[in-house]
Design a protein around this ligand. Sequence first.
Ligand code: URA
Length: 189
Amino acid sequence: MLEKLENEARNCKACGLCATRINTVFSDGSKNAKIMLIGEAPGADEDKQGKPFVGRAGKLLNEFLKQAGIDRHKDLYIANTLKCRPPENRKPTKEEKAACEKFLKGQIEALKPSVIVLCGATAAESFFDKKFQITKIRGEIFDNVKGFEGIKFIPILHPSYLLRQHSTQEGSPRDLTLKDLIMIKKAAL
Ligand code: URA
């Protein structure tokens, strides 16, 4: 099912981003993972390589995962809300997210993860209706998301934000993210 969906995404022309993409960026990691991480959209490096989180933010994410004892290749399945890169890395539009939603939903349906990590505000907005601040809801477990009952949704700060936050002191964004990831590993057991 995932392969079929990935093929479909590769040929997708449902929004304007197909005109500027080099590659579609469907997923990385394990199809048997219990934890699915959802980011925003591919950047320039991801577009070139056809894989999510391989640029600067991805390298920082890898460091955090390693410190939290999460194996990117075995414990995690990684996807984005959009499968194509928005020009200049602008935020995805409502229309683009709507056009791409069937792929993300299909990925969740096929993977059946026990935990979904919503990486940053854009990913969180795709599942929560209410307005919220990501800094206020990060690290919380939401287990009653409509249509996805039984899955624990846990928002975390986006590594692109952490690239600009260098402190690792207790309570800093980096410290909180590491603690969130350690908790996420336990939540998936
Ligand atoms: N940021 C994201 O949200 N996703 C990627 O794949 C890379 C950077």
